[in-house]
Write a protein that binds this ligand. Structure first.
Ligand SMILES: CC(C)(COP(=O)(O)OP(=O)(O)OC[C@H]1O[C@@H](n2cnc3c(N)ncnc32)[C@H](O)[C@@H]1OP(=O)(O)O)[C@@H](O)C(=O)NCCC(=O)NCCS
Length: 216
């Protein structure tokens, strides 16, 4: 799907940036992906194991091409939205995870979500936090349903969708299709706030309000 140049400026990124701690104390920064994140995204991709890359892209993926990097970073925050997590405990604040949704066509209320957490940071609650954040942004933008294909044996992602109330059907022998009816604005706000508070997210209530209303 085509994505447009951002209709937002740095102010949007700054207003939506929040610092948090994962449950093991790792300090992270959460913010929308920006057009100049290409190097950071490439570096993060290189830290994903071949198995994680396969689970994310459902195909062997050795490199991110220039075209893919543009597609993944030059987004309009409406038909295509992406959140990045950066490690504040590593020099240069590298990217450690991304969660994005892309509508199945412009303006549609169905979107495909995808989350990738680099292997060193998996199993610490980051995927769960990012999926909630992504859900809140999707709800704020009028998305009503997430639809995703995942590998049948992808237990962490299955758990994340199941926790969000997802249902699953078999697509092919090795693949499942997950459908998640997104919550109302009020419920998404409450769930996001709860998740941000559990991650000691700085200014959690304010962050939840901004994500769900876009109001400063
Ligand atoms: C799927 C993924 C995003 C989950 O992120 P994460 O930060 O590791 O997930 P969390 O720590 O928030 O845990 C999510 C759930 O999976 C469970 N889980 C975590 N690691 C697990 C493991 N190795 N085996 C089984 N379950 C696991 C957790 O217990 C949690 O379930 P719960 O909420 O019922 O307790 C991450 O593993 C990843 O990037 N995988 C590779 C790419 C991918 O598969 N993307 C999905 C494409 S749709």
């Amino acid at each position: 799907m085509a994505s447009h140049q951002p209709a937002v400026d740095d102010e949007f990124i700054v207003a939506h940036t929040r610092d948090c701690s994962l449950r093991d104390g790792t300090r992270i920064r959460l913010r929308p992906v920006a057009a100049d994140d290409k190097e950071r995204l490439q570096a993060g991709f290189e830290r994903l194991s071949p198995d994680s890359r396969y689970r994310r892209f459902l195909a062997p993926t050795g490199v991110l091409t220039e075209r893919m990097l543009r597609y993944f970073t030059e987004i309009d925050y409406d038909d295509h939205f992406a959140w990045a997590a950066l490690s504040l405990d590593e020099p240069g604040e590298p990217g450690i995870a991304v969660a994005r949704y892309v509508r199945d066509r412009p303006g549609s209320d169905v979107a495909e979500p995808a989350v990738a957490v680099i292997d060193d940071y998996q199993g610490r609650g980051l995927g769960s936090l990012l999926l909630r954040l992504l859900t809140a942004s999707a709800v704020a933008n009028g998305v009503k349903r997430f639809r995703a294909t995942l590998m049948r044996d992808n237990r962490p992602m299955y758990n994340l969708f199941a926790e969000a109330g997802g249902t699953f059907v078999t697509e092919t022998a090795g693949l499942l299709r997950a459908e998640v009816e997104l919550p109302t604005c009020e419920l998404a706000r409450a769930e996001l706030l709860d998740s941000l508070l559990r991650h000691s997210c700085d200014g959690a209530a304010d962050a939840a309000r901004r994500v769900l209303t876009g109001v400063d």
